[in-house]
Design a protein around this ligand. Structure first.
Ligand code: SAM
Length: 228
């Protein structure tokens, strides 16, 4: 008989609280321990649903040691839920180390799927969805960033990246410099009150953000082939 616990990754809203699924709430209720990024942030989400559970923070600096302790709990038969501040765990968020450790230890890993900013932006972009490359955040240094963008030419598929409001204009300029005036879709504040989707050539999108400063959270969906 397997006395080990189950690790469940639970996707949480990327802005609209209505996107938390009933199965996610069930998983919270069934958990012995909830591993999260920020205990205060996740504590508020649980409190909103009248749930009180032990929380453990799995933030980047302590991910290795906290992973070990979560694995120990799973080995001891505890059911562990993993959530991050927003969206799908392990997608440009902590989680990979815990999942890999659980898989290696023969622990059952499952998920309650749900919101993911990259998937939402891709699917509403109007750019091809049959093949895509997810890059997360680009390297912070300009040389490395431009070299990374250069590699997209060889992929010949839609590219999805995350970007912060502080670096958006700089990244748009790099994309135009390396790839030319390619087609791009910018998803801003997805699922939130001021959700916005901008579609056009990168030069046109750059003009938009020359006229007004970027605000909020952004996903960029790019067709890296200038011919299309
Ligand atoms: N795990 C998350 C997911 O599944 O989408 C992503 C976490 S990553 C640390 C956070 C980045 O995702 C933000 O900086 C932004 O680029 C993007 N993002 C998250 N929520 C968003 C939203 N509502 N609208 C647009 N972009 C969003």
């Amino acid at each position: 008989m397997n006395m080990k616990g189950v690790l469940t990754l639970v996707a949480t809203p990327i802005g609209n609280m209505g996107d938390l699924s009933p199965r996610a709430v069930e998983a919270f209720r069934a958990a012995d321990l909830i591993v999260c990024e920020d205990t205060r942030h996740s504590g508020r989400l649980l409190a909103h649903h009248g749930i009180s559970k032990p929380l453990s923070a799995l933030f980047m600096g302590k991910e290795r040691s906290r992973t070990e302790s979560a694995l120990k709990q799973l080995q001891d038969g505890k059911n562990v839920v993993l959530i991050t501040d927003a969206g799908t765990p392990a997608i440009q968020d902590p989680g990979f180390l815990l999942v890999r450790g659980a898989v290696q230890a023969g622990i059952l890993v499952t998920a309650v799927p749900g919101p993911c900013a990259a998937v939402m932006a891709l699917t509403i972009s109007g750019l091809p969805t049959d093949r895509f490359l997810f890059e997360g955040f680009l390297p912070p240094k300009e040389g490395a960033r431009r070299r990374r963008i250069e590699t997209w030419k060889a992929f010949d598929c839609t590219v999805v990246i995350y970007e912060s409001l502080y670096k958006l204009k700089r990244t748009l300029a790099d994309i135009e410099a390396v790839l030319g005036d390619v087609r791009i879709v910018v998803g801003r504040e997805l699922t939130k009150k001021f959700e916005e989707v901008l579609r056009g050539r990168v030069s046109e999108i750059r003009k938009v953000f020359e006229a007004r400063e970027p605000q909020g959270e952004f996903v960029l969906v790019i067709d890296p082939t200038p011919k299309s």
